[in-house]
Design a protein around this ligand. Structure first.
Ligand code: SAH
Length: 218
């Protein structure tokens, strides 16, 4: 892709984000600064700048950029935030969060995806991320509490263990619903009195799966 073609594709993508209702300057700047093609597999490189999800290894997908932006905006990440991300996949959303937060802890259940994401983040000079292989439904108790939690796979309900690891005043964004039906993107705010739920939009995510896949090996 020529530099001209690339900047034109990026401009078109930024327009799609605005059309999706994203207005937060910090989120738009972060989206502009992370090269999505780095996180896309070779076979789909020339489609990196389209506002679409694309297949990645292990039968998973890199999320649609406008959804990444909408979720990030809803999370209201500030430079002091310690963020937990569940379902890091390609590491693309992780990179965006890392631009906005103090520190990001990311969990992905497929080991090959974790290896690739780690390499790509390091290649971009992003050092405020710790990413590990594991079952994200359990969260990361050793690092809790978190100011923000982003879940990038759909659960029937917001996982209890994750809500327990959210700091009072914290925000969680999670898609809920069955994987083969339309799901809803939910924002949950933890207050002193309990949990406030806001429905943001209809979405379609891969399922949040408990436990670990066999192909991870020993
Ligand atoms: N934001 C990522 C989305 C990846 S798709 C990106 O843009 O690349 C969602 C990811 O969640 C998949 O990679 C899937 O393997 C992962 N996932 C599903 N259940 C999980 C669990 N229990 N723990 C950790 N990761 C999980």
């Amino acid at each position: 892709m020529t530099p001209d073609h690339r900047s034109e594709s990026l401009m078109r993508l930024m327009l799609s984000l605005r059309q999706a209702g994203v207005t937060d300057k910090r989120v738009l700047t972060a989206m502009e600064s992370v090269p999505r093609d780095v996180f896309v597999d070779r076979a789909f490189k020339d489609r990196s700048w389209e506002d679409r999800p694309l297949p990645i290894a292990c039968g998973q997908t890199i999320s649609q950029p406008s959804i990444v932006a909408v979720m990030t905006e809803a999370l209201n990440v500030t430079p002091r935030c310690k963020v937990l991300e569940i379902g890091a996949g390609s590491g693309y959303q992780t990179a965006i969060l890392a631009r906005l937060a103090r520190r990001v802890y990311a969990i992905e259940r497929h080991r090959p995806l974790v290896r690739l994401a780690r390499e790509r983040l390091e290649g971009l000079g992003i050092h405020n991320v710790t990413i590990r292989t594991g079952d994200g439904t359990r969260g990361w108790p050793e690092q809790a509490p978190f100011d923000r939690i982003l879940v990038a796979a759909a659960a029937d309900d917001a996982p209890r263990m994750l809500l327990d690891q959210l700091r009072p005043g914290g925000i969680m964004v999670v898609p809920v619903g069955q994987s083969d039906e339309v799901q809803q993107l939910i924002k949950i705010e933890k207050t002193e009195d309990g949990l406030d739920y806001t429905v943001l939009s209809d979405v379609l995510f891969v399922p949040l799966i408990e436990g670990m896949p066999e192909e991870n090996g020993p």
